[in-house]
Design a protein around this ligand. Structure first.
Ligand SMILES: [Ca+2]
Length: 268
């Protein structure tokens, strides 16, 4: 029996819909699931030096430790959380642009952006003791008290020895299989690396074993709705964690405030 044009038409519709059904199955499976995105609640806010170009931030011994960048404005600081008052400060030489900061025992390690040296300061006196060279750019630092994690402007996090900053390995950081650019300030929090992503309002939560971003934190509106936007206020940057009280602090470059935040249920 010959198949008429009408029957052919029905067949083509059938095949087309079958193809669509197959695509819905396979195409959905091929497309990676969106990563959960956490929101935030502001728990408290504290004054922050609006002239501090925040590069490194951590909480230790009841104080905020902060490093600042920019030419002729780079420094390391010990700051009183509640008042934002700078209790202790050491300025970097004018030719250095400061970056990340981490404590290693009796020392503070402070990266420089393009000078390829890490400055080693005494933790208590802030006296500059020595420096250690490295290759490439220096961005963020944190530690899990076993090793040091360093970002350098690439989608990789360097893992360094706490003894001498020698490189142990690199962790390629990916989100849904794509390299994550501009990984900036870092914080080790309960087995994860939290990372500011430069020029965004987002923090990535990174699994240090795989380098996979497991979730995002969207901090858009934080300064606008809870602080003061100024002519100079710039990028979100700076994450600190009070391990004992499980308090999470964030701030930004030239921001008027430092915030304690809590994460809210993720949207998928
Ligand atoms: Ca930090």
């Amino acid at each position: 029996m010959a198949i008429g044009f009408a029957a052919l038409g029905r067949l083509s519709v059938f095949w087309a819909s079958l193809g669509l059904s197959l695509c819905l199955l396979s195409c959905a499976a091929a497309k990676p699931a969106a990563l959960p995105t956490y929101g935030y609640d502001v728990i408290a806010r504290y004054p922050h030096d609006a002239d501090a170009f925040t590069q490194g931030l951590f909480y230790e011994d009841g104080y905020i430790f902060e490093s600042t960048g920019f030419w002729k404005k780079s420094s390391i600081r010990k700051v009183e959380l509640e008042t934002g008052k700078v209790l202790q400060q050491e300025n970097l030489p004018d030719e250095l642009f400061g970056e990340g900061l981490v404590r290693v025992g009796n020392f503070l390690v402070n990266l420089t952006w393009t000078s390829e040296i890490a400055l080693i300061f005494d933790y208590k006196t802030f006296e500059l003791k020595s420096y250690i060279p490295y290759e490439g750019e220096g961005w963020g630092l944190t530690t899990d008290n076993e090793v040091i994690y360093m970002s350098d402007g690439t989608p990789e996090i360097r893992v360094l020895s706490r003894a001498n900053l020698s490189e142990i390995k690199r962790i390629p950081v990916t989100a849904n299989g794509k390299p994550v650019e501009k990984i900036n300030e870092l914080e080790w929090i309960e087995g994860e690396i939290y990372a500011n992503i430069w020029e965004t309002d987002r923090i990535a939560r990174i699994d240090p074993q795989t380098g996979f971003v497991t979730a995002w934190i969207d901090l858009s509106g934080l300064l606008e709705n809870h602080g003061t936007v100024t002519e100079t206020s710039s990028d979100l940057n700076g994450i600190a964690y009070d391990k004992a009280a499980k308090r999470l602090f964030v701030t930004g470059k030239y921001w008027t405030h430092l915030f304690e935040i809590e994460l809210t249920a993720p949207k998928h």
